[in-house]
Design a protein around this ligand. Structure first.
Ligand SMILES: C[S@@+](CC[C@H](N)C(=O)[O-])C[C@H]1O[C@@H](n2cnc3c(N)ncnc32)[C@H](O)[C@@H]1O
Length: 272
């Protein structure tokens, strides 16, 4: 049976936004997405916990930026479908005047994001592909909400690993870093292949990479050095680039995933 899809959304092709929505227990996914997700669960049975740990990291990173670093404007690249604890809710709970711009290239995110955010004039969702940073940085809606002369919270949470090696992820990150004013913060979560450090997790990385590329056409599990390089000359704040669940874990958070614990790294860095 054909499922209903918003305009511009193809329910016969899987999308990472919808696969991830399924992991998080959301309802904005189709049969084709659930199949891809179930295959991923065979390789990494704790992928749902990894999804929840990812959202918990996002919460902690945004709180750190808003509460400790005094940041009042956020650019969330590859923001995904609205779920519990969205960036504007976290930031505006601490700083009601905070502006948040969500960017994603998947039409389903735009359809659902616009519906969620219609009531709030400090939050917006903009279509954009992070592989074309200029298109995002020059977008009138982005420039209406963000002042690149002031500190910005730049978030690339579980999106950069969907930029393939031949699409110049280093150049993409260099361009985004180039607009950051001193005091800005950059948060990155990225799939990780730990190599000889953790052979079992490395095997999962290779298997998962194969499955993602076959089903979704993207997904790179990169080395620690590659991921660290995306922060450029920004300085990592404590505790550095660490397994996702370990970054400033709070009571009640998943602190230890199972098999995939070493397969996702997270960090936040400050521009001096
Ligand atoms: C796994 S979800 C992460 C969502 C959210 N950042 C989080 O961590 O909860 C990845 C998101 O990145 C988006 N995405 C992937 N490649 C992208 C690109 N080149 N430009 C913009 N968004 C992209 C997908 O559509 C999806 O919504």
């Amino acid at each position: 049976m054909q499922e209903w899809a918003p305009p511009g959304v193809d329910p016969t092709q899987p999308s990472i936004a919808r696969v991830y929505d399924y992991f998080l227990g959301g309802k904005n996914n189709f049969e084709v997405d659930r199949k891809v997700a179930e295959e991923a669960l065979k390789i990494a049975p704790d992928a749902r916990e990894a999804g929840r740990a990812n959202r918990a990291f996002l919460r902690r990173a945004v709180r750190h930026m808003a509460a400790e670093a005094g940041i009042r404007q956020f650019l969330d690249l590859g923001s995904g479908l609205p779920t519990q604890g969205n960036v504007h809710e976290i930031a505006q709970a601490l700083a009601p005047d905070a502006h948040v711009v969500y960017v994603d290239h998947d039409p389903i995110v735009l359809a659902h994001g616009r519906a969620l955010l219609a009531a709030d004039d400090r939050t917006t969702v903009v279509p954009g592909d992070i592989r074309n940073p200029g298109e995002i940085l020059d977008h009138p809606e982005v420039l209406r909400h963000l002042d690149f002369g002031r500190p910005l919270g730049l978030l690339l949470v579980s999106v950069l690993h969907h930029v393939n090696d031949d699409e110049d992820p280093s150049g993409v990150m260099a361009r985004f870093r180039s607009v950051l004013a001193p005091g800005s913060h950059l948060a990155i979560v990225h799939f990780h292949n730990p190599g000889d450090e953790h052979p079992e997790a490395s095997r999962v990385a290779v298997e998962a990479e194969r499955s993602f590329n076959q089903n979704l056409g993207t997904g790179r599990w990169r080395t620690r050095a590659e991921i660290a390089s995306y922060f450029g000359d920004l300085e990592l704040v404590e505790p550095g680039l660490v397994p996702l669940a370990e970054w400033r874990a709070e009571p009640g958070d998943v602190v230890r995933q199972d098999l995939t614990h070493y397969n996702v790294l997270a960090g936040v860095a400050r521009k001096h």
